[in-house]
Design a protein around this ligand. Structure first.
Ligand code: ADP
Ligand code: ZN
Length: 730
């Protein structure tokens, strides 16, 4: 049209997945229809990238030189990102001090999903009949007789025949191929499917959650119950209530290793599994789950923290299981805690959230006590199952033999457990054989060339490995420093070394070692977990992977090899973490009513975390932790942010850290500490310094940090700055 050059083109802001602070402006060509939330493809430099049509900014759109204005290339036929989700992206960006585009990038992580799903190939019966008839073929034909369409695998499955039988019938002309509408990734869950008996405690907790969901609107509820109290069955009733209302549900889980058992329980309760969402999904499945969460066909997603950024069209409930778990924290690009952001999402969306844990984070516990969160508790284990009897073993009084790590009392209990034909679990949160290897002659220690950490010997693999960057080298025969042969000594225990001790001490027992770096990945891990549950092992030796969510019916002894391991860091959160981890791992014992025991090897039996575990007095422990945080004005009584400066040289990192400190304006309610070397001063060849920004409960750390960064010189060369609001360690 001739008028185009004179009349201004219609423009819209589009948020693209780059580190830009604002949406960019694009022209909308005639014939292209978009509205806020539409997913589009736009040119960006030489590339085409996906983007989200954003809401018009207050005060009007940016002026763009018409000559530079480029048009939207394509609007995808895809449900728009809902307004609530757009507000959430803005909120997360503001809170974490990330570019909104980088948050949008987490939403747009399933590119091929923006196009409509291709039809599913299907089969329909014809009049043609094969020359040779078999019983299997007859079964298939009989099933399809009514003329309804089937998928190839669905038909084979329903008839109980192999795919080749179906293929043979297609070849013989008994079936024609047709296009079926795209199939849902999972069948619809049925809220009434497997309603079971709840214990009276469970029932009242479930009634409470149901009422909250039925009422609707935002609320946060802490569902706190000892391990084995049946929290999952309770929050399933909240899920059922949300489904009854026709709303979608998101259940966040900390680890993929956990999802398998969860999926089975969900299936048993709702007659269909939830859709899964985590980094291990096949790309095709990923795209379909994304699309179907957006168009509403997926009703329930169970996923890792990134599932929080799925564009659900009608989310009505979030459950965060094991809400205290550190795995909810992402420390990469956008630093966020999925538990906290989930609360925000529920708030913005105006729907309830349930946080479940046996050992809540101090922050959540405080929120519940202060009345900001509702608090629902389950105080007893389900059915007749009793909690294990817990005892500390004072390693100063009953030390293990030299070079060994299992104390005499623990060994004796392992022996008794084996005699009874029951299982023992030995827990040590350290992979490999030994955390430190040194030369007996010259004292040379093996250190990672790229990180400030010792190399860990992995004897099964014959390697020295770095647990931070993956660097590995074969275990040498001679010391690289003094050349002495065969003088390398392993210091301290890893689970491989414990396994060696176990095999030496109990040669007839079947031992299994479980850790996240095990060869064979998640699949192998699942098989091993199943084997353990079926009783195919006598002694399980594992890292924190075995601490969580698994049910091993025959397990009656848990031995914690080194309970002090997490306390050495000096981090104020160390006691809390130790309490959580040890509660969780000892909670694996005695799930089916057998008498059970948890033995905790420690050199600090007087430590509050150990005492809380042994006495089972979580109340006193939380009270002391909360009081301690209050005294130090630490979260949740104060606010913290970490600024991490990294660079290729130590000098550059430190210099920029100082420049930031110098640029930080004085403020009454905020204090800047550092720069000091970060807890891991060198990772992958990058030197790291850290500033801690500490404010009162009401301090606006975000604005303060923005100002500081604006006032500091731009980082140059290899210098990078990452911002971590609410850091995990402090
Ligand atoms: P938690 O998550 O609180 O540690 P779980 O939800 O794993 O506890 O429940 C512990 C065990 O009790 C599981 O094996 C679960 O299947 C079983 N269980 C809990 N509630 C019920 C119920 N109402 N009916 C049958 N089994 C139940
Ligand atoms: Zn390394």
């Amino acid at each position: 049209m001739a008028a185009d050059s004179s009349s201004p083109a219609r423009t819209v802001p589009v948020l693209v997945p780059t580190p830009s602070e604002r949406p960019y402006t694009y022209a909308v060509s005639a014939g292209v229809t978009v509205r806020p939330g539409s997913i589009v493809q736009v040119p960006l430099g030489p590339r085409l990238v996906p983007g989200i049509v954003w809401d018009a900014p207050e005060g009007g759109a940016d002026e763009v030189d018409p000559k530079k204005l480029r048009p939207i290339e394509q609007a995808f036929d895809c449900p728009p990102v809902p307004a609530g989700m757009r507000r959430f992206i803005d909120w997360v960006a503001r809170y974490t001090l990330s570019a909104p585009g980088m948050v949008a990038r987490m939403v747009l992580r399933a590119p091929a999903a923006f196009d409509p799903e291709p039809p599913t190939p299907g089969l329909r019966i014809t009049d043609g009949r094969p020359q040779r008839m078999t019983a299997a073929r007859e079964r298939v034909l009989e099933l399809a007789e009514d003329g309804l369409a089937w998928t190839r695998s669905g038909l084979a499955h329903a008839a109980g025949v192999s795919l080749s039988v179906v293929d043979g019938l297609v070849k013989a002309g008994s079936f024609e191929t047709i296009d079926l509408p795209p199939q849902p990734v999972v069948a619809a869950p049925d809220p009434e499917f497997g309603e079971g008996e709840l214990s009276p405690d469970q029932q009242s907790a479930a009634d409470d959650l149901r009422a909250v969901v039925e009422k609707g609107g935002f609320s946060a509820t802490l569902l706190e119950g000892v391990t084995g109290s049946g929290k999952t069955e309770v929050y399933f009733e909240a899920v059922a209530a949300a489904l009854d209302k026709g709303r979608q549900v998101l259940v966040l889980l900390p680890e993929i290793a956990l999802t398998h058992a969860f999926l089975e329980r969900f299936h048993a309760r709702f007659g269909a599994p939830p859709a899964e969402w985590h980094s291990d999904l096949a790309p095709k499945t990923r795209e379909r789950v994304w699309r179907q969460a957006a168009d509403g066909r997926v009703r329930v997603v169970a996923g890792a923290r990134s599932a929080l950024f799925l564009p659900f069209c009608d989310l009505g409930l979030i459950v965060v299981d094991e809400e205290h778990d550190p795995a909810y924290k992402q420390e990469d690009r956008v630093f966020y805690n999925a538990r906290d952001m989930a609360v925000v999402r529920a708030h913005l969306g105006g729907f309830p959230i349930v946080l479940a844990s046996a050992t809540p984070s101090v922050e959540t516990r405080h929120n519940a006590e202060a009345g900001r969160y509702r608090h629902v508790t389950l105080d007893r284990r389900f059915a007749e199952a009793a909690l294990p009897d817990l005892r500390a073993i004072d390693m100063r009084r009953t030390p293990p033999a030299r070079g060994k790590f299992l104390s005499p009392p623990l060994q004796a209990e392992i022996g008794k457990t084996l005699e009874r034909g029951e299982q023992a679990l030995l827990f040590l949160n350290r992979r490999g054989y030994a955390p430190l290897t040194l030369c007996r002659v010259c004292g040379h220690r093996f250190e990672c060339p790229d990180c400030s950490s010792w190399l860990v010997e992995h004897r099964f693999r014959g390697q020295l490995m770095c647990h931070h960057c993956g660097h590995h080298e074969p275990v040498p025969e001679a010391c690289p420093q003094c050349g002495t042969l065969d003088h390398l000594v392993a210091c301290g225990p890893g689970i491989e070394r414990i396994a060696e001790e176990v095999v030496g001490r109990f040669p007839d027992a079947r031992a299994i070692v479980l850790s996240s770096d095990m060869m064979g990945g998640v699949k192998r891990l699942r098989l091993e977990l199943e084997a353990i549950a079926e009783g195919q092992a006598d002694i399980v030796i594992g890292t924190q992977l075995v601490a969580k969510g698994h049910n091993f019916p025959n397990l009656t002894l848990v031995g914690v090899v080194d309970a002090d391991l997490g306390l050495a860091s000096g981090d104020p959160r160390a006691a809390e973490r130790t309490f959580q981890l040890l509660s969780q791992v000892t909670g694996r014992a005695g799930r089916t009513g057998k008498k059970s025991l948890g033995l905790i090897q420690t050199y600090q039996p007087e430590h509050p975390a150990m005492k809380a575990i042994v006495t089972g007095d979580g109340e006193a422990f939380y009270a002391s932790q909360i009081a301690e945080r209050e005294r130090g004005q630490l979260p949740p009584f104060g606010r913290l942010a970490a600024v991490i400066v990294s660079a290729n040289t130590r000098a550059e990192a430190e210099a920029y850290g100082r420049a930031l400190r110098a640029a930080a304006p004085p403020a009454g309610d905020i204090m800047v500490l550092g720069p000091a070397e970060a807890p891991l001063a060198l990772i992958r060849g990058r030197h790291r310094f850290r500033l801690l920004v500490h404010g009162t409960e009401r301090a606006d750390l975000q604005t303060y940090l923005r100002r500081t960064i604006a006032a500091a010189p731009k980082p140059r060369g290899s210098v990078r700055v990452s911002l971590d609001i609410d850091p995990q360690s402090f």
